[in-house]
Design a protein around this ligand. Structure first.
Ligand code: V47
Length: 363
């Protein structure tokens, strides 16, 4: 693979800490020189975090897979008219599942699910407050911008009120899902009828204004172009300039199995690594880039620690979204294995909480 000399001017910019442009982004996204791109992203990663690589001890909880959105990208949902084929937990059932999975070492519950018209604000208020009562130390990272949008309208309240009430009940931050790709052309194909890009960004801004941090994501490797990937990242960068509320970006590798887009091939390691690097280089105002091992697989996630990523996500245990779409990485990983992967990559593991504060290891 010959070195791409067109990256040379970018190297000077990256070394000087200058912001990259849309054209720079396009060059990075389309360059044949994967290692050249990776080297640049690694410079930024090491400037920000040296060898540190973050992970957490977390658990996932999906209160329902019943969803009115029917996105073609998704293998997780059951449509509302076939609700009995899916699951919708009562608050008691959801708390029992959490009791099965949570022990004192777990610092975060990641709670997301389908858009179920009967699960309104009072359900989530009760769920979060009972979970907080039961596990007072736990950080509740729950509900994407798309879910917040839906719950507010199903509950006939405005988003400000929804966020205030959920926060009072125990919501601590929001995950980054549902952003997909912002381009309307792509949304029409992969997630028609869902909260659009402008609204996703507006709600993220509102979440940040209400004092909650959130993450952000991009689902890549389906029908989007390199331009659409770059523009998605630039829209996130622009919002972050205004709010500073995103703490982490997660590139999500599309898994086609059992979706309406099952004819598409899964992503390859090259696109995975180039997208991690592109994200690190363009998102100069977001501190952390997560190589989500469940979607990337252990090995690509590990190598991504040299292509711009500084976080592997967590121990997880019961992940259902990727599993439904043919994910083969497994559903959970031990703390020991996460640390092994990080050390074998010649990086230093740092056990963190959701807000990236280091925790004493050995839990
Ligand atoms: O919103 C759905 C995506 C997201 C598929 O914030 C799919 O820390 C691939 O957002 N193939 C959920 N992706 C996952 C997510 C996430 C994961 C880990 C950490 C955080 C965080 C957020 O997964 C969905 C959607 O964008 N998704 N179906 C699929 N077939």
């Amino acid at each position: 693979m010959p070195a791409d000399r067109r990256l040379d001017p970018l190297a000077s910019k990256v070394e000087a800490g200058e912001r990259l442009t849309r054209e720079d982004g396009l060059l990075i996204a389309t360059s044949e020189d994967l290692l050249g791109v990776g080297r640049l992203a690694n410079l930024v990663r090491e400037r920000l975090h040296q060898d540190r690589t973050y992970y957490n001890i977390n658990r996932h909880l999906n209160p329902t897979n019943v969803c009115v959105a029917s996105c073609s990208l998704c293998a997780f949902y059951v449509p509302f008219r076939r609700a009995s084929d899916g699951w919708t937990y009562t608050v008691d059932e959801a708390v029992r599942l959490a009791e099965r999975d949570v022990d004192p070492s777990v610092s975060e519950l990641h709670i997301v699910g389908g858009l179920h018209p009967k699960l309104r604000v009072d359900y989530y208020e009760e769920l979060f407050s009972v979970l907080k009562e039961r596990f007072p130390w736990i950080h509740i990272k729950a509900l994407t911008m798309v879910e917040l949008d839906f719950i507010a309208s199903a509950s006939r309240i405005d988003l400000d009120e929804l966020i205030r009430r959920l926060k009072a009940a125990g919501l601590d931050s929001c995950p980054g899902g549902g952003a997909e790709i912002f381009a309307p052309r792509v949304r029409d194909v992969i997630c028609d009828h869902k909260t659009d890009a402008g609204r996703w960004l507006e709600i993220a801004e509102l979440v940040h204004k209400n004092g909650l941090r959130s993450n952000c994501t991009m689902l890549y490797g389906h029908v989007e172009t390199a331009e659409e990937r770059v523009d998605h990242l630039l829209a996130l960068r622009e919002l972050q300039d205004r709010t500073g509320g995103f703490q982490c970006f997660i590139p999500l590798a599309f898994h086609p199995d059992n979706t309406q887009l099952a004819h598409l091939p899964p992503t390859g390691g090259r696109l995975d690594l180039q997208t991690v690097a592109l994200s690190r280089l363009l998102l100069d105002n977001i501190a952390h880039i997560k190589a989500y091992w469940i979607m990337l697989g252990e090995k690509i996630a590990q190598v991504a620690l040299h292509f711009g990523a500084d976080d592997l996500d967590g121990t997880i245990v019961d992940e259902r979204i990727t599993l439904a779409a043919g994910g083969t990485a497994g559903r959970g990983m031990s703390q020991t294995r996460l640390e092994q992967l990080i050390r074998e990559a010649r990086r230093q593991p740092v056990l963190r909480d959701t807000l990236y504060r280091p925790l004493a290891a050995g839990g």
